[in-house]
Design a protein around this ligand. Structure first.
Ligand SMILES: Cc1ncc(COP(=O)(O)O)c(C=O)c1O
Length: 419
């Protein structure tokens, strides 16, 4: 969270005071530090230097074109999960040859789009999906490169909604099925076996789950390297956890690398990584303004203009985001920071010690750069926030706030609808 510091009692992003951005662009407002994005990317490149991985930034974490562009300029590839993300990545200058396409439910249209653009490879979640990709590739006179996603059945000890590598999760093929799946795919015209993929979950704070998963998949890779001459890549996914709470130790890139590099280096495979949160999570805050302070018999509610529609992580995953007053104050209150949405589940912070703000004060919801705006909705017909990117003293509006007209832009005038 180094990009956000108090100077003269005002919270800044890089060299820009957050109250200036609120005055200029209004609230709620997502604010990102470009310097932090670059520093995180560089830290991962440096830590993993021995295996020179292709880092494919996971676009779902934050899909703003300016974020994608920042990483593309650093040589990043991209992990996508939809035709929409492919479109966004290409529009922002991504090299299609560095794009990998994951997800359990790729449609025929999305598969054809990705083959047309000649992406690096598909990560494949089932045999029927491999058949679908093969059919598309063959009919287009192309060959599609694939890596099956293997579910190594390890517990990443994270929230159950962001755990993806356990047997009960919908993702990947179980280890026992892997041999048969590869043998089957090798018979399909239009398919080239490129490697193996794993992604065991998100916000993982210790190295053990990664080490355990690699212990399981590397022997499989050895078999496949011997069987399939085109099997050359191991994609180790994303999942590196970040600091959300002051007392929480993040999984440092160096510690991650120290644990995984020796084994993956020995494999001789070329390595792909898919970090999302690690690169963008602490690069962003959601800036909001307290509008009312409501004292109920049980607690105080700070009612702000940002809610679950802007940042759903607290409601969806009981996620913790630190809350800081933009104008530094020492007093505290015990209560909830809630939004304007008509749901009891609409909270940004629940049962917490919060800065003792008054109506009109600005608050920063910290660590909101990942899975923040990209999961935002217009529920309750609230326009989605604007997004601003800062580097040093310079700033750019990277997404305008939705207008009310935007809310209905795809709907015909109801008065003109005839059945
Ligand atoms: C296949 C895949 N790769 C990478 C990621 C990025 O994960 P993280 O943001 O935890 O690094 C995800 C997240 O859901 C994913 O599903």
């Amino acid at each position: 969270m180094d990009a956000f510091t108090y100077r003269n009692g005002i919270l800044h992003v890089d060299d820009v005071p957050l109250n200036q951005l609120a005055d200029q662009y209004g609230t709620p407002l997502y604010v990102y530090s470009r310097s932090h994005l670059k520093a995180q990317f560089k830290a991962l490149v440096d830590a993993m230097a021995e295996v020179k991985p292709l880092i494919c930034y996971s676009v779902k974490a934050n899909s703003n074109g300016a974020v994608i562009r920042t990483f593309a300029d650093l040589g990043s590839g991209f992990d996508i999960v939809s035709g929409g993300e492919l479109f966004r990545a290409l529009r922002a200058g991504a090299d299609a040859g560095k794009i990998v396409f994951a997800g359990v439910g790729k449609t025929e249209d999305e598969i054809r789009y990705a083959i047309r653009e000649n992406i690096r490879f598909f990560t494949v979640e089932s045999e029927p999906e491999a058949m679908q990709i093969a059919r598309c590739a063959e009919s287009m006179g192309a060959r599609a490169r694939i890596a099956f996603r293997i579910n190594p059945d390890v517990d990443p000890k994270t929230h159950k909604y962001i755990s993806t590598g356990k047997k009960e999760n919908k993702f990947g093929l179980d280890m026992e099925r892997a041999q048969r799946a590869y043998a089957f795919a090798a018979t399909l015209p239009g398919i080239e076996i490129a490697g193996l993929h794993m992604h065991i979950g998100s916000q993982i704070l210790t190295v053990e789950p990664f080490v355990e998963a690699l212990d399981k998949v590397l022997p499989l890779c050895r078999q496949f390297q011997a069987l399939y001459p085109t099997f050359k890549t191991l994609d180790i996914g994303g999942g590196i956890g970040i600091q959300y709470k002051p007392d929480q130790a993040p999984l440092a890139a160096a510690a991650f690398a120290a644990a995984v590099v020796p084994a993956i280096k020995r494999s001789g495979l070329s390595i792909v990584m898919e970090p999302g949160r690690n690169l963008v999570g602490n690069a962003g805050v959601l800036l909001c303004r307290a509008h009312y302070i409501k004292e109920s018999p049980l607690k105080v509610f700070v009612i702000a203009d940002a809610g679950m529609n802007d940042l759903i992580r607290p409601s969806l995953y009981q996620a913790h985001h630190d809350i800081r007053a933009v104008r530094q104050i020492t007093g505290t209150l015990q209560g909830d920071l809630v939004g304007p949405i008509c749901e009891s589940g609409d909270f940004v912070a629940q049962d917490r010690v919060l800065p003792a703000v008054q109506a009109g004060d600005l608050l920063a919801v910290m660590s909101a750069g990942a899975y923040g705006f990209s999961m935002a909705s217009t529920y309750n017909s609230r326009p989605r926030p604007a997004e601003v990117m800062v580097e040093g003293k310079r700033l750019a509006l990277i997404r305008e706030r939705d207008t009310r007209e935007d809310l209905v832009a795809r709907e015909p005038d109801p008065a003109g609808i005839r059945f």
